[in-house]
Design a protein around this ligand. Structure first.
Ligand SMILES: [Zn+2]
Length: 323
């Protein structure tokens, strides 16, 4: 996205954004590519007052050292746009888990041969990184919003977001308690769940500028088309019955088609099966993968839709659930 789109996406997500020096044209593009960007990397600064450092860099590692610096106050300051020296190289297994939005992010292993600076956005969260310095709630919340804004803009899931420590064994960030000194440790799985929860919120936060009392000349907003409705009970019947029917047999094809389309957009169901309206074994498997992505396991991820996972899918992919 462009620098202007970046700022707008963050503001739309409720992030308090500031712009620093010539950040819009500050990058390392003369040293290598910044293209096919498809991931988001979370860092801690391991210091204090790191804003200028993030912009300028240091001897041997020129700035920008990230795209955004996030203060303890929750203020996000833009320091670079384009290639930045934040991630270094990742091994293929860690990079691919991010690229493919895998629901699990394996421990990085193998040669670090992927240029992650070319492929990712990065945020430096102000924190000493000593495991004791805590991330105030407002700072953590701003980090979640920052990552969600990028994912929402690109249509990515939260599994496109990793911690630097998940991209390489060279790093430990982000580290430290959340909320207060006795808070839970910075856990990237929880962070991704928090990003997912934000992405599930369809509505954008209200703009902070008060609207004028009357704006008669303003054209009315075009009516948003009504969202399709999926009947949960129909879906459950289809998910139980269709796998045993003759190939492609259907029970409630209208409801199933809506869910199949959403699973396809999530990358969980192949296009050729996404329109048949049959909740067959492949659709069951795809829905089971969605449930695991939602954090369920075992029999709670058996591919038979439940209310919560279906509502989550609907909130993200534009349908309503009748339960
Ligand atoms: Zn880092």
């Amino acid at each position: 996205m462009t620098a202007t789109q970046f700022v707008k996406a963050l503001e739309d997500e409720g992030v308090d954004v500031k712009e620093y020096r010539s950040w819009r044209t500050h990058n390392r593009n003369h040293k290598g590519p910044w293209s096919n960007v498809n991931g988001v990397v979370i860092h801690h600064t391991a210091g204090t007052n790191s804003l200028a450092l993030c912009y300028d860099g240091m001897i041997g590692l020129p700035g920008p050292l990230c795209h955004t610096h996030l203060a303890k106050s929750g203020v996000a300051t833009m320091v670079g746009h384009g290639r930045a020296n934040h991630a270094g190289s990742f091994p293929t297994n860690a990079f691919n888990a991010m690229l493919n939005e895998s629901s699990t992010h394996p421990r990085p292993s193998g040669p670090e041969n992927v240029d992650a600076n070319a492929r990712t956005y990065g945020i430096e969260i102000e924190n000493l990184g000593n495991g004791k310095d805590f991330y105030p709630k407002r700072q953590y919340d701003a980090a979640v919003r920052w990552a969600a804004a990028i994912c929402r803009f690109h249509g990515w899931s939260a599994d496109s977001v990793i911690g630097h420590k998940e991209g390489t064994t060279r790093k430990i960030d982000p580290k430290g308690p959340i909320g207060d000194k006795d808070g839970p440790p910075f856990d990237m799985n929880q962070f991704r769940r928090d990003v997912d929860a934000r992405l599930a919120k369809d509505e954008k936060p209200k703009p902070t500028t008060p609207s004028k009392p009357s704006t008669p000349t303003k054209p009315a907003k075009p009516a948003t088309p009504a969202k399709p409705v999926v009947d949960l009970s129909n879906l459950i019947v289809a998910a139980r019955r269709d796998p045993d029917l003759k190939q492609g047999g259907t029970t409630h094809p209208a409801d199933v088609k809506i869910v199949e389309a959403a699973l396809k957009v999530e990358g969980l169901l192949g296009a050729s099966y996404a329109k048949d309206g049959s909740f067959g074994s492949l659709t069951r498997a795809a829905y089971s993968a969605w449930q695991r992505r939602c954090g369920y396991s075992g029999s709670a991820a058996d591919g038979i839709p439940g209310k919560a996972s279906l509502e989550k899918l609907g909130a993200k992919r534009g349908f309503k659930v009748k339960a």
